[in-house]
Ligand binder design. Structure first.
Ligand code: SAM
Length: 284
C-alpha cells in the first residue's frame, strides 16, 4: 500500500472515495513524513507494544505504527472513513479498526482484552476540539499507560508545561503535571496538514508518574478545588473558593488555611504550585 505520508498519495485516496472533510470532527490529516517519523521515534514503539490510536483518519500514522508495534487498535468516529481504512490498512494483520467515539469507549476493557491489563501506549494526532477530555479521561479512569504521545494545538502544549505565575498556567497544567511528565518533542506548522489548521501544533509526550509528585487526601476534591480556583482567574482564592457553592467552603476557612500556609490573603490561584494546592486541599 502506498505511503500516505506523501501528499499525492493522500490526495489520491481522498479523491477516489470522494471524501469530504468534517470540521466538526477536527479533521486535519498529516501529510509530512518527517513529522510522522518524529512522532514514531518519540513514542519509542517496539514489537512489545500494544498501541491505541485515537482518530486514525485515512490511516496514515496507523501504517507507521503497524510497521513497528505488536498490535494497533484505532478508534475512528467518522463512518465515512471506515471503508477507506479497510483499504489503506489491508496489508497489516496486527491492526484493528473500531468505529466509535473515543469519549464513550471503554479503554480499560480494551487494555484487558488486547494486553492482559498491562500498560499500553497511546499515540494520536488528536482532534483538537476534545483534547482535554481525552487526556483527562485517560488519567482519571486510571487507564494502564506507558506513555501518551500526541499532536495538540501549540497553545495547549504550552499550557500543559506551564509553571505558576505564567499566563498559560491553569487547571490543565496542574492536572497533567500531577499525572505525568510533559515534554514537547516537536513544533509542527500548519502546512504539514491537509486541510491546514488555523493554529500551530506541537507533539507532546506525557510519561506517566509511577507515584504522583504530591500527596493529597482526596484527589477528586483537589481537582474540584483547582477548577474553582481558575474559574475566575482574576479573583483572589478567598473569593473564588468561598463563592464556589459546590465546594461548601466558607471564605473564613480559606482565609485561615492560607494563613497556616504562610500565604497572603489576597493571593490568586495562578500563584499556587501543585504542592501548595495539595496542602490547601488537605487543610480544607
Ligand atoms: N490520524 C489522522 C492523521 O494524522 O492524518 C487524522 C487526525 S485528525 C486531526 C483527527 C481524527 O480524529 C479524525 O479522523 C476524526 O474523524 C477523528 N475523531 C474526531 N472525533 C473523534 C472521537 N470522538 N472519537 C474518535 N475519533 C474521532
Amino acid at each position: 500500500m502506498a505511503d500516505l505520508g506523501i501528499p499525492q498519495n493522500t490526495i489520491a485516496v481522498l479523491q477516489k472515495y470522494n471524501f469530504h472533510f468534517q470540521k466538526k470532527f477536527g479533521q486535519n490529516f498529516l501529510i509530512d513524513e518527517r513529522v510522522l517519523d518524529r512522532i514514531i521515534s518519540a513514542s519509542e514503539i517496539t514489537k512489545e507494544d500494544c498501541v491505541l490510536e485515537i482518530g486514525p483518519g485515512i490511516g496514515t500514522m496507523t501504517q507507521y505504527l503497524a510497521e513497528r508495534a505488536g498490535t494497533v487498535t484505532a478508534v475512528e468516529i467518522d463512518r465515512a472513513l471506515i471503508p477507506i481504512l479497510e483499504e489503506t490498512l489491508c496489508d497489516y494483520s496486527n491492526v484493528t479498526v473500531i468505529h466509535g467515539d473515543i469519549l464513550k469507549f471503554d479503554i480499560n476493557q480494551l487494555v484487558q482484552e488486547k494486553n492482559g491489563g498491562r500498560p499500553i501506549k497511546v499515540v494520536a494526532n488528536l482532534p483538537y476540539y476534545i483534547t482535554t477530555p481525552i487526556i483527562m479521561g485517560l488519567f482519571e479512569k486510571q487507564v494502564p499507560l506507558k506513555s501518551i504521545t500526541v499532536m495538540v494545538q501549540r497553545e495547549v502544549a504550552q499550557r500543559m508545561q506551564a509553571q505558576p505565575g505564567t499566563k498559560d498556567y491553569g487547571a490543565l497544567s496542574l492536572a497533567v503535571q500531577y499525572y505525568a511528565k510533559a515534554e514537547v518533542v516537536a513544533n509542527v506548522p500548519p502546512n504539514c496538514f491537509i486541510p491546514r489548521p488555523s493554529v500551530g501544533s506541537a507533539v507532546v509526550r506525557l510519561l506517566r508518574h509511577e507515584t504522583p509528585p504530591v500527596q493529597t487526601k482526596d484527589e477528586a476534591r483537589m481537582f474540584a478545588l483547582i477548577r474553582a480556583s481558575f474559574n475566575q482567574r482574576r479573583k483572589t482564592l478567598v473569593n473564588s473558593l468561598g463563592n464556589a457553592g459546590e465546594l461548601h467552603i466558607s471564605k473564613e476557612q480559606v482565609f485561615e488555611a492560607l494563613a497556616q500556609m504562610g500565604l497572603s490573603p489576597t493571593i490568586r490561584g495562578e500563584s499556587l504550585s501543585l504542592e501548595q494546592f495539595a496542602r490547601l486541599n488537605n487543610l480544607l
